[in-house]
Design a protein around this ligand. Sequence first.
Ligand SMILES: [Fe+2]
Ligand SMILES: [Fe+2]
Length: 267
Amino acid sequence: MKVRIPKVDFSTVPIHWAPNPEFAQSYNAFSTVPAHIEPFLVKVMIAARKVLDPKHATLHKEIDIFIKQEVQHCKLHQAFNQHLVNSGYEMMLPIEAPYKADYDRFLKDRSLRFNIAYSEGFESMGCAAAQVFFEDLDEFLEGADPRAADLWRWHLAEEFEHREVCFKLYKALYGNGVYAWLYRVYGFAYAVKHIGSHTRRLAEAMIAKDRAHMTEDEKKASEVRLAAYQKKIKKSSLKRLVQVLSPFYNPARRVASPGMAELLARY
Ligand SMILES: [Fe+2]
Ligand SMILES: [Fe+2]
């Protein structure tokens, strides 16, 4: 695990950066997640570090790198998202606002245990999403603008790289009992629903904006493309996400996808 700092100028990346524009817009909507969740993760980790026994020296070091990686992810996604806003998608901002506010509320009102379980829920989504992106989406990524595609490849490969940190932290603080497992699953389910409903709402709005300029035939073609992408992502994600529910789930057992190490070696 190490910190990598890519420098990318997104200002000329097409909004529809992949041949399937609805696929691109879905990932554009996902890009707002790290912009808001990752500052939250950093604050949760800083709070957790204070209560984590110093005897977990390796985990303390891993949390430090985790924080630095998340800060870089957040910065690059914010730059990408600003490019979307500058390109005529100011309508994203009011949709993002309540989602962003939820994280301020979690930090203020919810327990550290909830915030860590939620964070681990997000992290388990992240490492599954990394395998999906590297293994199952080639048909959508062929011909994509490499600046946008590599933003995701770099981020998701690092999500995969640090996939155990939050999990180990949760176990170190809350143990391995039945209640610890059930509460971890609760945090995961909460994160899936919370993040999923935000990204769905935003992607729908962005695609609706695109469709406003389409003919009826173009709209029908857009619906077909969106359905093809949704069918693929659902199937590919579901089989990996159900594993998180198991009391024996351990992200360490997930196997790195072909291409992850090579991608990270480039940075
Ligand atoms: Fe991240
Ligand atoms: Fe992460």
